[in-house]
Ligand binder design. Structure first.
Ligand SMILES: Nc1ncnc2c1ncn2[C@@H]1O[C@H](COP(=O)(O)OP(=O)(O)OP(=O)(O)O)[C@@H](O)[C@H]1O
Ligand SMILES: [Mg+2]
Length: 265
C-alpha cells in the first residue's frame, strides 16, 4: 500500500483449503475446500451454511488461528503467511474477532477497564494513561455501554449476557479494526438483546466504516443486516451474491433448500 493514497485494505481468501488429518493417518476431514471470498471495510458480509459446512474453520483460518493447508489469506494484497512481524501485528489489529460465548471469552478476574486497557496498551493504539482511558470510554460508548463509568469497574459476572457481548465488541472496536470476524456472535442471545447488538454492529459500520464477516445460521438476521452473502456446504462456497440476489433468486439448489427451511418464507 502506498502511503499517499491509502486504499482501504481488502481481505481476500483465495482458494483456501483446510484438511484435518487424524493422528494415526487414517482418513482426513476436508473442512474447507478451495474457498474464496472477499471482505472490505464498510461492508456486511454474511457466511451461511448448515452445521459442519466449515464456517468456523474458515473464520479461524482468517484469524490466523488455524493454518491453511493450501491457498492464501491476504490483506491489502499481502499473504498472511508471508507477513513480517510488523505486518502480522497490523493484521492482528485490523482483523478482529467477536466470537460466541462472551462468558468464556472474557477473563473472569479482569474488570472491563483492565481488559480493554490491556489490549490498547498491547497494540499501542493510544499513548499515555489518559489517552488509553479515553479510548476505552469511547469504545464503551460506541457499543451502547453508557455512561462508561457505570461499566468500567465491573467484572464479567456482573454483566448480563448482552452486556458481555457488547464488551467483546468494544474490545475489538477499541483497536479501530477494519474487519470484524463474528462467528455466531448473536446466536445465543434472546430476540430483543440480539436486535440491540445488531443495531450496535450496524452503527459501527456507518460510523467507523468497519466491515464484517458475519457467520451465522440465522437467515432472518442475514436478511436484516447483510450486504453480501456467501453460502457454504460441505466445505465449499457453493454460491455468493448480494443479499437481494441470494434471497430473491437463489441459483444453487442448496441455497433454495436453506431458504425454504428457514422461518422467513
Ligand atoms: N480441529 C479439528 N479436527 C478435525 N476436524 C475438525 C476440526 N475442526 C473442525 N473439524 C471438522 O471440520 C468440519 C467443519 O467444522 P466447522 O466447525 O468449521 O463447521 P461449522 O460450519 O462452523 O458448523 P457449526 O454451524 O455447527 O458451527 C466438521 O466436519 C468438523 O468436524
Ligand atoms: Mg461453527
Amino acid at each position: 500500500m502506498s502511503a499517499s493514497s491509502k486504499p482501504e485494505p481488502l481481505l481476500e481468501v483465495k482458494g483456501a483449503s483446510k484438511t484435518f488429518r487424524s493422528r494415526r493417518g487414517m482418513g482426513a476431514a476436508h473442512a474447507v475446500i478451495d474457498a474464496s471470498l472477499e471482505a472490505r471495510p464498510g461492508q456486511f458480509v454474511a457466511i451461511v451454511g448448515e452445521s459442519g459446512s466449515g464456517k468456523s474453520t474458515l473464520a479461524r483460518m482468517i484469524l490466523g488461528l488455524t493454518p491453511v493447508t493450501t491457498g492464501s489469506i491476504e490483506l491489502g494484497g499481502v499473504d498472511l503467511t508471508a507477513m513480517n512481524r510488523a505486518q502480522r501485528w497490523e493484521y492482528r489489529r485490523a482483523v478482529q474477532a467477536v466470537l460466541q460465548d462472551p462468558a468464556g471469552s472474557l477473563n473472569p478476574r479482569k474488570t472491563v477497564r483492565r481488559a480493554l486497557e490491556e489490549i490498547v496498551r498491547l497494540h499501542h493504539v493510544a499513548a499515555g494513561s489518559s489517552a488509553r482511558a479515553g479510548a476505552v470510554s469511547e469504545a464503551l460508548e460506541l457499543v451502547g455501554l453508557s455512561p462508561p463509568d457505570a461499566f468500567l469497574d465491573r467484572f464479567p459476572h456482573e454483566l448480563s449476557g448482552g452486556q458481555r457481548q457488547r464488551v467483546l465488541i468494544a474490545r475489538a472496536v477499541v483497536l479501530n479494526p477494519r474487519i470484524i470476524v463474528a462467528d455466531e456472535a448473536v446466536s445465543a442471545l434472546d430476540a430483543s438483546v440480539k436486535a440491540g447488538i445488531l443495531r450496535v454492529m450496524m452503527s459501527l459500520k456507518e460510523r467507523l466504516d468497519v466491515g464484517y464477516l458475519f457467520i451465522t445460521h440465522d437467515l432472518p438476521v442475514v436478511k436484516k443486516v447483510a450486504d453480501y452473502v456467501y453460502v457454504m456446504k460441505l466445505g465449499r462456497v457453493v454460491e455468493h451474491g448480494s443479499k437481494e440476489q441470494i434471497f430473491a433468486d437463489p441459483s444453487h439448489p442448496y441455497t433454495r433448500t436453506l431458504l425454504a427451511a428457514s422461518p422467513i418464507l
